[in-house]
Design a protein around this ligand. Structure first.
Ligand code: MUC
Ligand code: MG
Length: 373
C-alpha cells in the first residue's frame, strides 16, 4: 500500500448552546460556535480538528465565518493531493503560503495528527513523544456575572467532587465592584479552594497595580492577563513587583511571543492554547522555552468543544511543567455535543481518551442538527 494522501477537506460551522451565559470582560457567550475540520485521506481515514474562538471577533482576530472561508478557499486547495502522514511537512507548507491564521492552522494540524494516529493505531500524544499522564486536573470558571449564583455553582461543584479550583472572570465592571465580587467568593470558599482571576486585558498598568495588591491581600492564587497583551514590559514589571504569580495568556500567543516574554520575565506562568500557537507541535516548543526559563505552565482553553479540548489534552499530557493544571472544561459549558461519546470528568480531572488519534468519533446526526444552515 502506497503512502496516503489528502483527498478532501471539509469545514463545517456548528453552533452549540451553553448551559448558562458566560461573561468575559469583552463578550457575553450565550452559545459556542466551532468550525469542525474533516480531513479525508485516500486510505479511507478521516482526521478531525476544531477551530474555535470566543465571542466572534471580540477575543481573537479570526472569526468562525472567516476561518471556514480561509479553509475552503486557501487551505483545502493547497493541501489536496499532498502526502497525509507528516504534520511537520504540511505545516511548513501552510506556513510558507499562509500568514497568521493560527486558529485555522491548529485545527488543520489536529486533523492531520488525528488521522496519522488512527493510521498507526496510537493516541496523538504518542506521536508527540508520549503522555506523562492519562488524566489532567481541570478547574471551572465562574462567570455567571452574579456573586450569589457563582458561590452556589462553586459549592455544588465542590460537593459533587467535579472541581476544586475556580477561575473568576473580571474586568467588565469597575475594579472596586469586581474586587468585592472576587473577595466575597474567596472568603466563602475558604483557604483550601484555589481561586484565580482572569482580567482579560481590561486594566491599565496603573489600575492593575492597585487591583492586584487588593487581590493578593484577599488571598487570590494567580492573576491572569491583567493588562493589554501588547504591554510585555508592563507584564514583566507586575511579575517582579507582586508575590502572587502573574500569568500571561493573550500575550503568550505564538512561539516568538513566548520567547520574548521569557527574555523579559513577563509572567511567571504561561497559559498555553493550541489555537493561539497554531497547533499542538508549537505548544511543545513554547513549553520548551518556558522550561528553560523556569516558567510554569497552565493548559488553557479557547472554550473549545470536545475535539479541540481533547486535542489540547493530548499535547498537555506530554508536558512535564504543567504546574497550574488546566482549564479544559469547554465541553462542560455546552448542553450537547457532536461526538458519539462525550469525555469523562471526575475527581477534579479530565480522563483523556486513549483510542487511536484523538480517540473520538463524530456523530453525524448531531452535526446535522447543530450545523449552521
Ligand atoms: C481566557 O481568556 O482564558 C478560558 C476560560 C474561560 O472561562 O474563558 C477562557 C478565555
Ligand atoms: Mg485568559
Amino acid at each position: 500500500m502506497g503512502e496516503a494522501f489528502i483527498e478532501r477537506i471539509e469545514a463545517v460551522i456548528v453552533d452549540l448552546p451553553t448551559i448558562r451565559p458566560h461573561l468575559l470582560s469583552m463578550a457575553v457567550m450565550r452559545k459556542q460556535t466551532m468550525v469542525i475540520v474533516r480531513l479525508f485521506c485516500s486510505d479511507g481515514i478521516e482526521g478531525l480538528g476544531e477551530a474555535t474562538t470566543i465571542g466572534g471577533l471580540s477575543y481573537g482576530d479570526e472569526s468562525p465565518e472567516g476561518m471556514k472561508l480561509t479553509i475552503d478557499t486557501y487551505v483545502a486547495p493547497l493541501l489536496q493531493g499532498k502526502p497525509a502522514g507528516s504534520a511537520n511537512a504540511l505545516m511548513a507548507l501552510l506556513n510558507y503560503h499562509i500568514q497568521g491564521n493560527y486558529f485555522v492552522k491548529s485545527a488543520l494540524e489536529t486533523a492531520v495528527l488525528d488521522a496519522q494516529g488512527k493510521r498507526l493505531g496510537v493516541p496523538v500524544a504518542a506521536l508527540l513523544g508520549g503522555a506523562i499522564t492519562q488524566t489532567l486536573p481541570v478547574l471551572w470558571t465562574l462567570a455567571s456575572g452574579d456573586t450569589t449564583k457563582d458561590i452556589q455553582e462553586a459549592q455544588n461543584l465542590i460537593s459533587s467532587g467535579r472541581h476544586h479550583t475556580f477561575k473568576l472572570k473580571i474586568g467588565r465592571n469597575a475594579p472596586k465592584t469586581d474586587i468585592a465580587h472576587v473577595s466575597a467568593i474567596k472568603a466563602t470558599l475558604g483557604s483550601d479552594i484555589k481561586v484565580t482571576v482572569d482580567v482579560n486585558q481590561a486594566w491599565s498598568e496603573g489600575v492593575a497595580k492597585q487591583g492586584i495588591a487588593q487581590l493578593q491581600e484577599a488571598g487570590i492564587d494567580l492573576i491572569e492577563q491583567p493588562i493589554i497583551k501588547s504591554n510585555f514590559e508592563g507584564l514583566a514589571r507586575l511579575t517582579h513587583y507582586f508575590r502572587v504569580p502573574i500569568m500571561a495568556d493573550e500575550a503568550a500567543g505564538t512561539v516568538a511571543d513566548a520567547f520574548k516574554l521569557a527574555k523579559l520575565g513577563g509572567g511567571s506562568v504561561f497559559a498555553l492554547k493550541i489555537a493561539k500557537s497554531g497547533g499542538l507541535i508549537n505548544i511543545q516548543k513554547q513549553a520548551a522555552i518556558a522550561l528553560g526559563a523556569g516558567i510554569s505552565l497552565y493548559g488553557g482553553t479557547m472554550l473549545e468543544g470536545t475535539i479541540g479540548t481533547v486535542a489540547s489534552a493530548q499535547v498537555f499530557s506530554t508536558l512535564p511543567n504543567l504546574d497550574w493544571g488546566t482549564e479544559l472544561f469547554g465541553p462542560l459549558l455546552l448542553t450537547d455535543d457532536i461526538v458519539k461519546k462525550r469525555v469523562t470528568y471526575a475527581n477534579g480531572g479530565l480522563e483523556i481518551p486513549q483510542g487511536p488519534g484523538l480517540g473520538l468519533e463524530l456523530d453525524l446526526n448531531q452535526v446535522e442538527k447543530y450545523k449552521r444552515k
